[in-house]
Design a protein. Structure first.
Length: 191
């Protein structure tokens, strides 16, 4: 089917907190060792060129063009200025975020696997039609980081102070913290 997600596809990820928690975005320089850009959400997917555009790359040597399956290990490469780095966990979540169980801060790294599996994400589709295990555009997914076997679910948590940003992004061990859909992301095609 035409709406299946394939390795090499360029996408936007819309957080579903309160229906629209913004689009996953790089914004500003990150401070962690080996980090490239800070990650937050923005109100539009094209805040600054390719800052909200991500290429899906296989973490298990699947070929470009192969379909993405629920449960696959993936990398997300940001396309800001041609290469905004790989989505990565780096350092602890802020003390305020830790009060809601958060684990790690999220930024991008210059390359894959900056620290072990810090930039590997397991993608879980909540449901799809047909139910054949494939991930499709417009599906809702959760992304589990595999760092130290417990990197947590990608989520929004607290308002971001970055210019043009909406919410800060971190990881959390809870699959749907506070039943607010903070760990749910809708896959949209990048145009």
């Amino acid at each position: 089917m035409a709406n299946e997600l394939h390795y090499g596809d360029r996408i936007h990820l819309q957080n579903l907190y309160q229906g629209d928690g913004g689009y996953l975005d790089v914004n500003g320089t990150a401070s962690g060792g080996g980090a490239r850009y800070a990650v937050s959400t923005a109100t539009i997917p094209t805040r600054d060129g390719g800052s909200g555009t991500w290429e899906i790359v296989s973490g298990a040597c699947a070929a470009t063009g192969d379909p993405v399956k629920s449960g696959d290990i993936v990398y997300l490469r940001n396309l800001y200025s041609g290469n905004g780095g790989y989505l990565d966990v780096n350092g602890l979540a802020s003390p305020v975020q830790q009060t809601s169980g958060s684990l790690y801060d999220v930024s991008t790294a210059w390359g894959k696997d900056r620290d072990g599996n810090s930039s590997r994400w397991q993608i879980f589709d909540t449901t799809s039609t047909p139910q054949d295990g494939l991930v499709r555009l417009n599906d809702t997914v959760q992304l589990w980081n595999t760092y130290a076997n417990r990197g947590g679910f990608l989520e929004t948590n607290n308002t971001s102070s970055a210019t043009g940003a909406r919410y800060d992004v971190d990881t959390n061990p809870y699959s749907n913290r506070s039943n607010q859909n903070v760990t749910f992301w809708k896959i949209l095609p990048a145009t």
